[in-house]
Design a protein around this ligand. Sequence first.
Ligand SMILES: Cc1cc2nc3c(=O)[nH]c(=O)nc-3n(C[C@H](O)[C@H](O)[C@H](O)COP(=O)(O)OP(=O)(O)OC[C@H]3O[C@@H](n4cnc5c(N)ncnc54)[C@H](O)[C@@H]3O)c2cc1C
Length: 416
Amino acid sequence: MRYSGFRVIKEALTGHKGWKPVWREPEPKPHYDIVVIGGGGHGLATAHYLSKVYGQRNVAVVEKGWIGGGNVGRNTTIVRSNYMLDGNEPFYEFSMKLWEGLEQDLNYNAMMSQRGIINLFHTDGQRDAYIRRGNAMILNGADAELLDADQVRNEHPYLNFDDARFPIKGGLVQRRAGTARHDAVAWGFARSADMYGVDIIQNCEVTGLRIESGKCLGVETTKGFIGANKVGCAVAGSSGRVMSMAGMRLPIESHVLQAFVSEGLKPVLPSVITYGAGHFYVSQSDKGGLVFGGDIDGYNTYAQRGNLPVVEDVCEGGMALMPMIGRARLLRMWGGVMDMSMDGSPIIDRTPVEGLYFNGGWCYGGFKATPASGHCFAHLLARDEPHPVATAYRLDRFRTGRTIDEKGVGNQPNLH
Ligand SMILES: Cc1cc2nc3c(=O)[nH]c(=O)nc-3n(C[C@H](O)[C@H](O)[C@H](O)COP(=O)(O)OP(=O)(O)OC[C@H]3O[C@@H](n4cnc5c(N)ncnc54)[C@H](O)[C@@H]3O)c2cc1C
């Protein structure tokens, strides 16, 4: 069923009896050409591009819970391509371009809103670093604009300009960046993949990988064995656990990241804002809630809940940047498990096991990567070679010293 304005009017006039379930609930077949483990944003996007772009129709996505129950439905929805390093920026700009056409591609309203992002800077050194990043973005075909303090004040008069501990000196803006409704992205990819014949199998946990003579033959699940010519793993925060089933120890640690939403307010924030003197980012949802977050909690865990010290730290950041946030009541908060890689950059690669492929290490920035990650993982699974914008995301880069340390903090996952 295609969605359109006419369809909405027709259904409104005929009692809404014609809407169909958005995807089927199939039982697993004994064998598929490709099985993708993980029905998060990346797994579902992989299935969509595998079927739509690479013509693979005999595909299943195996999800242990329900679609959208993982990080894809838990993030702060920020979409941007303001990276600096060669390994990263072409990939994230590719993703940004896919976001720009995503709703038409999926025939689904993902509430993509290019409201822009501003990264504030508070020192001369930080300004120089942002200029460098902005130039790298422009060289890679992205948009970037540097604002001085007066220009920032003009656009964001509610920020603390008068008695700030770290005065705002300006900001790096990407106008094409913004937000998208996170769970609608999962539903849109799921719907599209299903329309191409992909089986989305929910409540089906992968409990083992059947490997014989160095080749992956399929997955053991709570619904029985499912055979596959190729298996792609895209389980984000569970990467370490699933890949350990193949005897692999990944250069990844799992950490919890929290997100917060205030009560609904009248429109106040026109764009996404990041604080440069602490870790705090905020936007306003279409329902009016201020959606914000900060650092990961910093310890290894698989728990989808966080601790109070980070709540305090995030709120301090918010108060320093825009003191009026202290008048808003916090409505809800939650946590998600982040697959933090050693250098803060992702991995999309084959593994030493034949027929087993890995996608992970997204840290807390994988939502914006969803379309490109799916596209590039589909390319790898279908053609057995990396997509041109993802050649740097190799699994062996930690051994060969080709790390992609965007933040420049070294090989320490909890600092990225
Ligand atoms: C609080 C928070 C805020 C964030 N903010 C942003 C942001 O603003 N911008 C941004 O770009 N990124 C952000 N992120 C990061 C982003 O959400 C993740 O990097 C991204 O969603 C991970 O990919 P995914 O969607 O495929 O993950 P998930 O949705 O977690 O998908 C993985 C799936 O694998 C399934 N799975 C796990 N184990 C198994 C198994 N054994 N068998 C079958 N299925 C299994 C899980 O149930 C899950 O559904 C944030 C994350 C959090 C938690």
